[in-house]
Design a protein around this ligand. Structure first.
Ligand SMILES: C[S@@+](CC[C@H](N)C(=O)[O-])C[C@H]1O[C@@H](n2cnc3c(N)ncnc32)[C@H](O)[C@@H]1O
Length: 372
């Protein structure tokens, strides 16, 4: 399939739907909490009038990282008294920042917890700027964090003829996506290297293809991306979508291996190494799908399907909806997308065994040289 630059718009579902349907993503962030705490402990944060600056890159509605940010504030307070904390949430411009602000202000979400915005001396900002650009000024960032976001490429380097994600692409198609992903990774790191203050740290939890070849939704049971492709193909076979719409559903994503993540750091002559960014830690971990775990407890297939498919929908819907011909009416597009996820849900309800969206992450900690 010929390479085609993409003007595709991706986003998570809004109005707080994202964080209320992604319990697993929160579990990943909580898992990264130990690395964040260690990174902060290694920094010797001193009292100062200058804010301690934190960024959450690709935060979606911010709901999944609220507890982590509470933890960060507590650690900074313990080390630096009432030093102000500037917390900038970043995501793409069309992200539902209103839901993010409502969640952080306590107007949405868990009402039992004190709103993050009520933390004294914590100032919340939002930036609708891609992490493929510089977001905060040079040398001002103390802690950068990002979870489950940097597998989204800056652009789609081509279409995948008979699958929806690079994991099911032909070797030639896959090579195009890998090349884009490696160039994008360098761009992300070079911008962060400029943003970080000397001694500042970056803690990232990125989707990956791990040492055993596992990746999101492919850890031994039914392969989730193959299922997406199968149900999308079925719509084409029924004549519900066109060939062009079928091919157009290509996720602009790539899952790098730990070696690919580490490559810019292992080459001492790389732009990233020269920019002063050092890799302190890299590891991988699988986070079990909470919906499949619940199913093992309650055993009700329909309940499992009703809970499981919405979590898939929360992050994948724009790719399928965006693949449809814009000449179709919004109602028609919505009906096709509903039919697509409806078929997936019916299938899971009928044969639930093996369905699970286990998360496979590469956890990394980096330091900007120059501090202690
Ligand atoms: C799966 S959500 C993760 C949200 C949250 N960090 C978490 O772990 O629960 C991925 C987020 O990355 C955002 N994203 C994708 N590409 C991005 C980019 N180039 N710049 C900033 N955010 C991006 C998406 O809009 C989405 O909100």
């Amino acid at each position: 399939m010929a390479a085609k630059a993409s003007a595709q718009v991706i986003s998570m579902r809004g109005a707080g739907y994202y964080s209320s349907n992604t319990v697993g993503a929160k579990a990943v962030i909580d898992k990264a909490g130990g690395l964040v705490a260690d990174a902060l402990a290694a920094m010797t944060i001193k009292p100062s009038k200058a804010p301690f600056s934190v960024c959450d890159y690709g935060a979606a509605d911010g709901g999944t990282s609220l507890d982590l940010m509470r933890r960060v504030a507590k650690i900074v307070r313990a080390g630096a008294g009432d030093r102000p904390i500037a917390l900038t949430y970043t995501d793409l411009p069309h992200n539902d920042f209103s839901a993010l602000f409502r969640l952080t202000q306590g107007l949405l979400g868990d009402q039992a917890k004190k709103p993050l915005a009520e933390t004294p001396g914590l100032y919340i900002f939002g930036s609708g700027t891609s992490f493929y650009r510089q977001i905060v000024p040079d040398g001002t960032l103390n802690l950068g964090f990002s979870a489950t976001a940097m597998h989204w490429l800056s652009k789609r380097p081509g279409l995948i003829a008979d699958h929806v994600q690079a994991v099911g692409a032909s070797p030639e198609e896959q090579a195009l996506f890998r090349k884009q992903a490696m160039a994008d990774w360098e761009t992300i790191l070079l911008h962060r290297a400029r943003e970080l203050a000397p001694g500042g740290k970056l803690v990232l939890a990125n989707f990956c293809a791990d040492e055993k070849g596992r990746y999101l939704g492919h850890t031994g049971g039914v392969n989730m991306f193959d299922e997406f492709a199968r149900h999308w193909r079925a719509l084409r076979q029924k004549g519900r979508i066109t060939d062009a719409e079928y091919a157009n559903a290509t996720f602009p994503q790539f899952y790098k291996t730990p070696d690919e993540f580490a490559a810019p750091f292992r080459d001492k002559g790389s732009k990233v190494a020269k920019a002063g960014l050092r890799l302190d830690h890299i590891s991988t971990a699988v986070t079990k799908c909470p919906y499949a775990a619940d199913f093992r407890k309650h055993g009700d297939a329909a309940t499992f399907a009703r809970a499981y498919v919405p979590t898939l929908r929360s992050w994948s819907e724009t790719v399928f909806a965006g693949a449809l011909d814009p000449k179709r009416s919004p109602q028609e597009r919505a009906a096709i997308v509903d039919a697509f996820y409806g078929a997936y849900e019916a299938d899971v309800a009928k044969s639930p065994e093996g369905h699970a969206m286990d998360y496979v992450h590469c956890f990394m900690v980096m330091t900007r040289n120059g501090g202690r």
